[in-house]
Design a protein around this ligand. Sequence first.
Ligand code: ADP
Ligand code: ASP
Ligand code: MG
Length: 418
Amino acid sequence: MARIVMKFGGTSMAGTERIRRVARIVQRQQAAGHEVAVVVSAMAGETDRLVNFCREASALYDPAEYDVVVASGEQVTSGLLAMHLQALGCKARSWLGWQLPIHTDDAASKARIEGIDSQALLASMAAGEIAVIPGFQGLSDANRITTLGRGGSDTSAVAVAAGIKADRCDIYTDVDGVYTTDPRIVAKARKLKNVTYEEMLELASVGSKVLQTRSVSLAMKEKVRVQVLSSFIDETAPAADTLPGTMIVSDEELEGLDMERQLITGIAADKNDAKVILTAVPDRPGAVALIFGPLAEANINVDMIIQNVGRADTDTDVTFTVPQADLERTKAVLEANRPGIGYEKFSTDPKVSKISVVGVGMRSHAGVAATMFKALADRAINIQAISTSEIKVSVLIDSDETELAVRVLHTAYGLDAE
Ligand code: ADP
Ligand code: ASP
Ligand code: MG
C-alpha cells in the first residue's frame, strides 16, 4: 500500500462528465489499496473569469479581496469531486485551505506555503476516506484566505505530498507527460520518460507552464516524487503505478536510467516579458545599481540584462527585460529616478519572446549556444539579448517569430520525433 497525492488541473475538472471521469480514476487508485488525497484546480477558464471581475471592480483592487474571489473556483470543484466520489460509493470529503489549515505568509495573490497541519487529514485517510483539497488556496497568520499565484495548485499538491509524506505526487493534466517542448506548438515534440528536478525547474521558470515553478523547487527541497500524466484516459490505460507519464528524478537516478541522453532536454518559450532600453546612461561605477536598486525595491523582477560598450567613455545603453504585467510600474520607477540615474531617454517593447534551451548535458559539452545562434541566423531571426546559466541558454527575439524559432531549434538539436 502506498500513500498517494493526485492533482487534477483545470481542463481535467471542466464540467460534470470530466469530474466523473476524475472520480473513477481516483476510485481505481483507492481500490488498488492506496491511501489517497486529491488536490483539484478550478474548472478551466474559471479563474480567468474571476480575475476579470476583480479588474472590473477596480483597476487597483485590494489583493486580499482578490484572493477571496479567485480562491472560490477551487472550492466549487473540491465539493463536486467529493460528491462524485460518494456517488461511486467511496467515502470522501473536502478540506478547504482554512480547514486543514494550509498555512501561508500574507503576500496576497502570491502567498508562499509555510506548513500544513496534516493530523486530521491523515486520520481521515487512515479511516478509508478520500481527502479532496482545493488547490491554489491557504490561510495567512492574519486569518485571511490567500492564493499562491497562477498555476498554484501544483504547489498545493506537492506541499500536501510533503506534509503527509506521500510516496508519490501524481500531477494529472491534459497532456500525458513533459515533452521536449509544448506539444500544442510543435507536433514533433517527444515525450520524456524522465526529467531531472533541476531541468524541470529551469524549464518551468522559462515558460513551460506544465508545472508551476514553485512546485518544482518545493519537490526538489522536500524530495517529493512527482509524476506528470494524463487524466484523459479510460479503464484500459496503464495504471499510474507503472509510471506511464514523466517522472521527475534526481541527477543520480537519471544516470542509471538513461545513459544515452540528448544534449538538450527541452525548449521553452515565454511571451510574458517586455524589453526596456535606457539610452545614454553615465558610464561610471554604481550607475547600474541606481537603475536596478529602485526596481528591486518595487518588487519588480528584472531578467535579462545587457550593458553595451560605452561611447567615448562617457555613457552607455542598458537593455533589460521585466514581466509585461510590471511594465507600467517599471516606467513609473524609471521616471521617478531619472535625475539620480541620469539617462537620456527610455523606450519599451512588449512584443518580445524569450526562447530557452535547457539540458544538464550542457555542463560537459561546448557549442550549445553556437548551435542556437547559427540555427536562428539561418532563418534570419534576430537575437536582441542573451542570457545563460549552467544548464540553460536564453535569447530574446521578436514575438512574431516564437513558433518558428522553437521549431527550428527543436530540429537543430535533434529532438524531433520520428
Ligand atoms: P493544468 O490545468 O492541468 O494545470 P496547464 O495548462 O497548467 O494544465 O499545463 C498543461 C499545459 O502545459 C499543456 O496543455 C501544454 O500545452 C503546456 N506545456 C508547455 N510546455 C510543455 C512541455 N514541455 N510539456 C508538456 N506540456 C507543456
Ligand atoms: N485555478 C488556478 C489558476 O488557474 C490555479 C491552478 O489551476 O493551478 O491559476
Ligand atoms: Mg497548471
